[in-house]
Design a protein around this ligand. Structure first.
Ligand SMILES: Cc1cc2nc3c(=O)[nH]c(=O)nc-3n(C[C@H](O)[C@H](O)[C@H](O)COP(=O)(O)OP(=O)(O)OC[C@H]3O[C@@H](n4cnc5c(N)ncnc54)[C@H](O)[C@@H]3O)c2cc1C
Length: 350
């Protein structure tokens, strides 16, 4: 995926996640010249359980076709999601399909981006932009820290939850939302739970509002989500003891421990579609469904951003109002999804 030397594109996309890839795929298929600037080298690690639920599977199939074998980890198909309050398993979360894909985000996202057909500028970081009447001028830092100036008719900020594009559009925005912290551990070990399910533990006695666990290849992966400011290590210790006590967790070694922060934009319905000729998609725009499922909305909103651009070019109308209108059903669906969290008292804790 080498970059060419072009500095003018129809659309520049920041971020090579599912939102960026879905936008790129639609635009390239129609004939737009598209570049994706990704700040990391691909394949890149992304903290994620890597579960592709029913809706995401349908969107994948519609936009990209079925994913190849190499993006899956074992067990490749999970039978479902089990919800476990108070040291017990009470229910299987209802799913529209009999299985969930279990993928590694590194290879999954790289596959999506490869399928898009866009020019992919790896290790190219969006650091700023300015807008003119009919174009966006983006400043991109290349791997040698040299500045590259790219002119595009539109910029799609698909640069994830800590979006620089969003921050440049409104530097006060990040202060208006609340942030939660997530940490995930990749361990070797064992637990008395069926490996073909994904588990969510919501025990009000735990500091973490949410503890999760599942298998990925040889790893037992578990993590916690908690409010920013709470001691992460004590949350992890407490959840570990909880899993040891109720489910006989035995950890031999912790091979990797990663964390991130996630805003409550989706929980509060505080989405940000963009500004002018800059559209935000996926988590950058605030889309994430209940239990932290975000691949489906990233695919959907990336695709919608591309649709809005096509419609704006065909009609001569400004792109942002078109995009805002297209996003309405997705916003409603996202906000509704968090109603389930209210029932499980997660939203109250967040
Ligand atoms: C702990 C955890 C577990 C999760 N598990 C699941 C799950 O099992 N299933 C699910 O559906 N969702 C899950 N999610 C949510 C899901 O990971 C995200 O919602 C989804 O990745 C959002 O996709 P995106 O394309 O919007 O952004 P991302 O996937 O975050 O991609 C953004 C890309 O932009 C790049 N970037 C950032 N800044 C810049 C910049 N300035 N210039 C250029 N590039 C930049 C990043 O490197 C990244 O590659 C989980 C989230 C967390 C935190």
């Amino acid at each position: 995926m080498a970059a060419n030397n072009r500095t003018t594109y129809d659309v520049l996309i920041a971020g090579a996640g599912p939102a960026g890839a879905a936008a790129a795929k639609k635009l390239v298929d129609i004939g737009y010249r598209v570049a994706i600037a990704e700040k990391r080298q691909l394949p890149r690690y992304k903290i994620c359980s890597g579960l592709v639920i029913d809706r995401a599977q349908d969107l994948l199939n519609e936009y990209f076709g079925d994913p190849p074998e190499e993006v899956f980890c074992a067990p490749a198909l999970l039978k479902g999601v089990r919800i476990c309050p108070k040291g017990d398993i009470i229910s299987d979360f209802p799913l529209g399909k009999p299985y969930i894909y279990n993928v590694w985000r590194s290879s999954f996202d790289r596959w999506l981006v490869q399928q898009s057909g866009a020019d992919v500028l790896e290790e190219h970081k969006l650091i700023g932009f300015r807008q003119a009447e009919s174009a966006v001028y983006a400043d991109i830092e290349d791997p040698d820290k040299e500045l590259l100036h790219i002119k595009a008719s539109y910029l799609i900020g698909a640069d994830g939850g800590s979006s620089l594009a969003r921050n440049r559009l409104d530097s006060t925005f990040n202060k208006q939302v609340h942030w939660n912290t997530f940490v995930q551990l990749y361990c070797t070990g064992d637990i008395e739970l069926d490996p073909e399910f994904y588990y969510m533990f919501f025990d009000p006695s735990l500091q973490a509002f949410y503890t999760w666990l599942h298998y990925k290849d040889d790893y037992l992966v578990y993590g916690v989500g908690t409010r920013i400011g709470e001691s992460l290590s004590s949350c992890v210790d407490e959840s570990t003891k909880y899993l040891e006590k109720y489910f006989d967790l035995k950890v031999d070694s912790v091979n990797r421990k990663t964390g991130c922060i996630v805003s409550d934009m989706a929980v509060s319905g505080n989405f940000m579609p963009g500004g002018g000729r800059v559209l935000l998609a996926g988590e950058a725009a605030g889309f994430m469904n209940v239990f932290g499922e975000g691949i489906s909305s990233a695919l959907a909103t990336g695709h919608l951003a591309a649709s809005a651009i096509c419609e704006a070019d065909a009609s001569g109308d400004p792109v942002l109002p078109i995009y805002e209108e297209l996003l309405e059903p997705e916003k409603r669906m996202t906000v509704q999804s968090w109603g389930i969290a209210g029932d499980l008292s997660i939203a109250k804790k967040q």
